[in-house]
Write a protein that binds this ligand. Sequence first.
Ligand code: GLN
Length: 458
Amino acid sequence: AHLDRITEVDAGVHSFLHVATESALADAAAVDAARAAGEDLGPLAGVPIAVKDVMTTQGLPTTAGSKMLEGWVPPYDATVVRKLREGRLVMLGKTNMDEFAMGSSTEHSAYGPTRNPWDLNRIPGGSGGGSAAALAAFEAPLATGTDTGGSIRQPASVTGTVGVKPTYGAVSRYGLIAMASSLDQGGPCARTVLDAALLHEVMAGPDPLDSTSLTGGYPDVVAAARAGAKDGIAGLKIGVIRELHGGEGGYQAGVLARFDESLALLTKAGAEIVEVSCPSFTAALPAYYLIMPSEASSNLAKFDAMRYGLRVGPQGVEGPSAEQVMAATRAAGFGDEVKRRIILGTYALSSGYYDAYYGSAQKVRTLIQRDFAAAFAQADVLVSPTAPTTAFPLGAKLDDPLSMYLQDVATIPANLAGIPGMSLPSGLADEDGLPAGIQLLAPAQADDRLYRVGAALE
Ligand code: GLN
């Protein structure tokens, strides 16, 4: 049914870069056979899933939205993908994304944009717009994402779906094509909080192949979601982050109205609302846009035309040097946004500038962690709107990188601090009838609180 739905709507939505019809049907048949044979299968066995194209999939093309990897079929699975296979989920295909996960609209994909199923002239968020649109268009009931600065949560917000960035280290980064390694985190995308919890449980866990993988402290997120839905959240304190609640940042009136309504619902579910202040958050966006490009410029150095991916010979040069091939390949293979960030990152890391830029940004990171520590001393869960606006029209921010970066103002602090965050729908904004999202944040390794509160609110 989902493959049929993809055939029906994906020419318009363009959630998928690759649809794995044959292997999906074979995997589904194998699950049916196993079930008929009385095998004990996990709770998501046979459930179709769409996989963000930044995750390596053995035997299925993986491009990360870039020309640089066009036609590449990885010889190995990302750990997350291996876990999906072990859980017997059925992979429907690979979803569209901003090139190397850089963007907030999926317009930076080298393969054309994904469109928001709520309004095909609008963006589905990014970088994981393909996964979010696949859910919103009912092309898949579950999807995977990665979140370095909001790429799971912001697309969830603008498509009316649920997205979770787990605690840094909870989901293995092995086989996720790296953007900024100290920020990258895989996570679940779904249409309900309980669905996200079930997928979270499959994706998370220690992994010797990722040196930053957490060795313990994985809370039971499924139990938490069930408890939140059944028992509410009496006694919990919810902190509204003052710096992310209107004021500066261009928050849309309808987004704020739905957010305030969600606060009233949280009170009704038994929570106490308090206000907290995180003064360093005003520096989060600039710090992120130094740290992220710095790490990305280093991670993307491996696309050197020698090891894998695209190789372009420079025009009119006979017997070109390795350096000439590398330069011609990187010029042809990377899109403008990726080049912009490589230039920013190499500049910030260049000798003599390290302390002024990268070093200062790392200090801001510490301040943000301290702000969170102080806020979590006053509240169990923090909340804000996920994104300042609903889905904007395609093309609206393409020529203005800074206004695109401002989409991330509320999501980035969680990445800088390594804490978990969830976005879930708060309703439709009055002025445009489009989905708005509320973000929940919890202390590191307390991902269960997100699910408890999220399920109570849903
Ligand atoms: N909008 C963020 C950026 O462009 C998204 C990054 C991410 O989470 N992959 O950097």
